[in-house]
Design a protein around this ligand. Structure first.
Ligand code: AMP
Ligand code: MG
Length: 403
């Protein structure tokens, strides 16, 4: 059986070899959060565009402002002021953070290190040339690449686009991800379940995970555990870039997802991964869509989405596949697992000072959403290290929405 690392690499390889040029759409910068850039953005001018003071203080010639000397203050410059006249020898100019340093000045002395008596400013410390000044163009030069094609747009990237005047950005359209749950026991969340029915919560978790991963969810509701209903709804899902199914992939008599996909011409790349929860996960391609068949237990579907579907969505968004952001933490209480599988257990990570500690949460197995809703990470228990003592270092996979 494939390890989760190999299964993940297989997803990445298969999707990467078929991914074509992205469909694009122009977006105002404030609506582009989480999209992937489908153009290059260039810097419109030098940054900073002028010699910028990084402190409130006095602009000086450094050679005239040694410790114990004084200069006459000849005026002031605030941020935004137009600065043309040079600093004359024997004087200094009061200057504010963000203001342009006048020609002739080569240092700014922080106000904290000066004394003032009327127009005369006394300097307490030695002054070095260049201090507290950011040279023009030292952050970026006009015309250089500010943002690369394929960058994921977060708040810092969007601030940079804003800084260089790229108020509208050409972005890759988000991949469309159909979500279809399966199971005769499921009812829509707006309905009251009968005594032996349950609400379709995976439809919600998967749609939210698609949003977080930068995809556009297309909700298809639920299919019954009957080949005709299942096949009809799968066919609707195959019109999208990706179809994510939940349930119906285990060994039960009514687990019909694989056979329905098979009759629709699917090619399967794997149908089991050596993990718990999530072992029966299916990945394949059917007609023109990528297909993930995730196990129906809520925690299984959430874990397997994070492990396997996210890298596919990254690539289909025009970005590189993200690495799994494992962290290292100290285990609070011993854990012991039996099955020879890699485990991802709902867990809680907290920091004492700057040191992370993790504890597995009590749970009733992979159907237990209550346990997961209090978890902020998954504790990773490798298949070859199933017995871990308190105090040992372990790996932890953060839940992407809360950490
Ligand atoms: P399955 O993978 O179809 O065997 O389902 C495994 C377990 O997950 C069963 O207890 C199902 O009732 C439950 N389950 C399946 N699909 C969903 C869903 N969409 N929402 C909540 N629970 C589900
Ligand atoms: Mg089922």
């Amino acid at each position: 059986m494939l390890s989760f690392e190999d299964a993940r690499q297989l997803v990445i390889r298969r999707v990467a070899e078929r991914v074509g040029p992205a469909r694009t759409l122009p977006l105002p910068v404030c609506e582009a959060l989480g999209f992937v850039l489908a153009q290059e953005v260039q810097t419109d001018r030098d940054y900073p565009p002028f010699e910028r003071s990084t402190r409130d203080g006095y602009a000086v010639r450094s050679s005239e402002a040694a410790a114990g000397t004084s200069l006459r203050c000849a005026g002031e410059i605030k941020a935004g002021d137009t600065v043309t006249s040079p600093l004359t020898s024997g004087t200094c100019i009061q200057i504010m953070t963000g203001a342009a340093v006048p020609p002739g000045a080569d240092a700014v002395v922080m106000i904290e290190f000066t004394q003032r008596d009327g127009e005369i400013v006394f300097f307490d410390r030695p002054t070095q040339p260049g201090q507290n000044i950011v040279p023009r163009g030292s952050e970026a030069r006009a015309g250089q690449v500010a943002l690369k094609h394929g960058s994921r747009l977060g708040f810092a990237e969007l601030a940079l686009a804003a800084q260089v005047g790229a108020a509208q950005l050409l972005c890759a359209k988000k991949p469309r991800v159909a979500i279809l749950s399966t199971g005769d026991e499921l009812v829509p969340i707006t309905e009251t379940p009968g005594p032996f029915h349950i609400r379709n919560s995976n439809g919600v978790s998967l749609a939210m995970q698609v949003h977080l991963a930068g995809g556009e969810p297309v909700l298809l509701g639920n299919a019954l555990d009957r080949i005709d209903d299942l096949s009809a709804k799968i066919e609707l899902g195959l019109r999208e870039d990706v179809l994510v199914l939940s349930g119906g992939v285990s060994m039960g008599k009514y687990d019909l997802v694989e056979s329905a996909l098979n009759s629709l011409g699917a090619e399967f790349f794997f149908d089991a991964v050596a993990i718990r929860p999530g072992k029966p996960t299916v990945f394949g391609r059917c007609q023109n869509a990528w297909v993930f068949g995730l196990p129906g237990n809520p925690v299984s579907s959430m874990v397997t989405f994070q492990l396997f579907a996210i890298p596919a969505l990254d690539l289909l968004s025009g970005a590189p596949a993200r690495h799994l952001p494992f962290l290292s933490a100290t285990l609070e209480e011993a854990v012991k697992e039996k099955a020879n599988l890699a485990h991802f257990l709902p867990a809680h990570l907290e920091w004492r000072g700057s040191s992370p500690y993790v504890s597995a949460l009590r749970w009733q197995g992979s159907g237990d959403i209550s346990a997961l809703s209090g978890a902020n990470c998954f504790l990773f228990v490798p298949h070859d290290r199933l017995d871990i003592s308190a105090g040992e270092k372990v790996s932890v996979l953060p839940r992407l929405d809360v950490l």
